[in-house]
Design a protein around this ligand. Structure first.
Ligand code: FDP
Length: 427
């Protein structure tokens, strides 16, 4: 009797080598998906599922989440949300993979020359812009739609905000729900036409504004609608510091598609890789921990002449091998936050978007980039801080699209940097 792993391997190899009857393979895959989902209960030690080393994973995302729910019923809504996010990520992964073939590269243009609800652009074929005046790629817009729809129909989410939406959207069919979500549907999209990795970043917060939503229910007619007839909302529930996140994560679209997330508290940072043969996320990284130290720094050095002297000084020291470790650090910068953070999570080192004399708050957005990523990295034993040495996770947002500086990575590297940012007398 073949074990699930050996069958898993055989199916994958057959697919890889182009062997066997396609239909038989499909049936086999369907049976396998069912088998791995219904298999033995996932063995958890301190909330971390165990996978014997060297074995192919047969723990799908669905199976992992349902085993969490069976020991903690309060996670049921979260399970539904995470499965919807994963479903959206699978779809975005396919869109990204086929972008060149399906002519989905390039900018989203507005043929009429004006963008509803905004002042941007006059004339023909002007690039559409998001609320911050950045050009939107076709895939930015598509990915936003995919995520929005996936989350809307869970019935578990009352409010959502996205980099690609001017305002927060109220989900009218789910006003009583416990959670709100924030996301950057396709981070790093300026890289997309060159097939460089991109990713989706998300954060889930508990909604503490039920009263506000009830008021909305009473005055249903007052709902202000955007061009797509969606109800736009006050953003109060979204303006919580990162420390309040109930979950955060990212999905990276690269040589493989990897979903990494944490449910906070005692839950680990955990990674699932999309098996393209099965169309399922399978557990590959059961307990991700950022190495305490790394040897990479990841920052856009083209802006170094505009940085504060303290930051220039720190980078100069570590790359010359004059930092605390006396090792020479190498530069690694993809320019796609998800790719840079994923590498930092696995290999250690430090990633930053420091801000400069022209842009004091840097380029990244606090609510759906800096906070979810810092939450994840800290949950994996790493550290994070802003360019003034403060905690990213304690910054209370004033608006959904506000920018923030942020540094994150190995705890000892972040601490070393902080000593440069906060002068000794105030440290
Ligand atoms: P992009 O504009 O391609 O979406 O958040 C935006 C972001 O990419 C991050 O993914 C990336 O880390 C950063 O911008 C890169 O900015 P610079 O080009 O200024 O280095």
């Amino acid at each position: 009797m073949p074990t699930p792993s050996s069958r898993f391997l055989r199916t994958n190899l057959n697919g890889f080598l182009g062997l066997g009857n396609n239909n038989n393979n499909k049936q086999e895959e369907a049976r396998l998906v069912q088998e791995v989902n219904l298999g033995d209960p996932v063995v958890m030690i301190n909330n971390v599922p165990t996978v014997a080393q060297g074995q192919l994973s047969t723990i799908t995302l669905q199976r992992y989440l349902s085993s969490l729910v069976s020991s903690d019923e309060s996670l049921r809504e979260m399970e539904g949300l995470m499965l919807s996010i994963a479903m959206a990520c699978k779809t975005i992964s396919t869109l990204v993979n086929r972008a060149g073939i399906n002519q989905l590269t390039g900018l989203e243009t507005d043929v009429m020359g004006t963008r509803s609800g905004s002042q941007s652009g006059k004339g023909k074929n002007k690039a559409k812009k998001n609320i911050q005046g950045e050009d939107q790629k076709k895939l930015d817009v598509l990915s936003n739609g995919v995520l929005k729809n996936a989350l809307k129909f869970t019935g578990k989410l009352g409010l959502l905000a996205s980099e690609e939406e001017d305002e927060a959207l109220l989900i009218e069919s789910a006003l009583d729900s416990r959670y709100v979500a924030v996301f950057d549907p396709l981070d790093g999209s300026s890289n997309i036409d060159a097939s460089i990795c991109t990713g989706t970043i998300f954060g889930v917060l508990e909604d503490d504004t039920v009263e506000l939503k009830n008021e909305y229910k009473r005055n249903n007619d007052d709902c202000v609608r955007n061009a797509d007839a969606e109800c736009v909302s006050s953003t109060e529930a979204l303006l919580q510091p990162g420390s309040q996140l109930a979950a955060s994560g990212y999905c990276m679209y690269s040589s493989s598609t990897i979903l990494v997330f944490t449910l906070g508290g005692s839950h680990p940072v955990i990674g699932f890789t999309l098996d393209p043969q099965l169309g399922e996320f399978v557990l590959t990284h059961p307990n991700m921990r950022v190495p305490k130290r790394g040897t990479y720094y990841s920052v856009n050095e083209g802006n170094s002449w505009l940085w504060d002297a303290s930051i220039r000084h720190y980078i100069d020291k570590i790359k010359r091998g004059e930092g605390e470790t006396k090792k020479r650090y190498s530069s690694r910068y993809v320019g796609s936050m998800v790719g840079d953070v994923h590498r930092t999570l696995l290999y250690g080192g430090i990633f930053g978007n420091p801000g400069d004399v022209k842009h004091r708050n840097g380029k990244l957005r606090l609510v759906y980039e800096c906070s979810p990523m810092s939450f994840l990295v800290e949950q994996a034993g790493g550290g994070s801080c802003t360019s003034d040495g403060g905690s990213v996770l304690e910054v209370v947002p004033e608006s959904v699209h506000q920018r923030s500086t942020c540094w994150l990575g190995s705890i000892e590297d972040v601490e070393e940097l902080r000593a440069y940012l906060i002068p000794e007398e105030t440290n």
